[in-house]
Design a protein. Structure first.
Length: 104
């Protein structure tokens, strides 16, 4: 059985990778901001094989990403062993890594 700390580390690496992808999506759509209110981002869950997408406003993405340790995941993709749900939206949830919450 995988140790909780190893699982948390792997989850964090996957989430950071997906966050980097979403940062690129946002950057590419910045020039079309006037025409685009919604963007499709990839699920930032810990599962490396997840290919789910979340439709979100660019403003919501920018607002949530400012909060340390928060990630967007599809509903049902949250891992309550290593993260807490801090918000529920239509079809997705916002999670915060427990280590970050403990440090805050």
């Amino acid at each position: 059985m995988e140790a909780k700390s190893e699982r948390a580390e792997r989850a964090a690496q996957n989430e950071l990778l997906f966050r980097a992808v979403n940062e690129q999506i946002l950057q590419m759509t910045e020039r079309f901001r006037a025409q685009l209110s919604d963007i499709d981002i990839v699920c930032e869950c810990a599962v490396a094989s997840c290919v789910g997408t979340i439709r979100i406003t660019a403003e919501e993405f920018v607002r949530i990403r400012r909060e340390t340790g928060t990630f967007f995941v599809l509903a049902g993709h949250e891992d309550t062993d290593v993260e807490d749900v801090v918000g529920r939206r239509n079809g997705y949830v916002v999670v915060r890594k427990q280590a970050v919450a403990a440090d805050a």
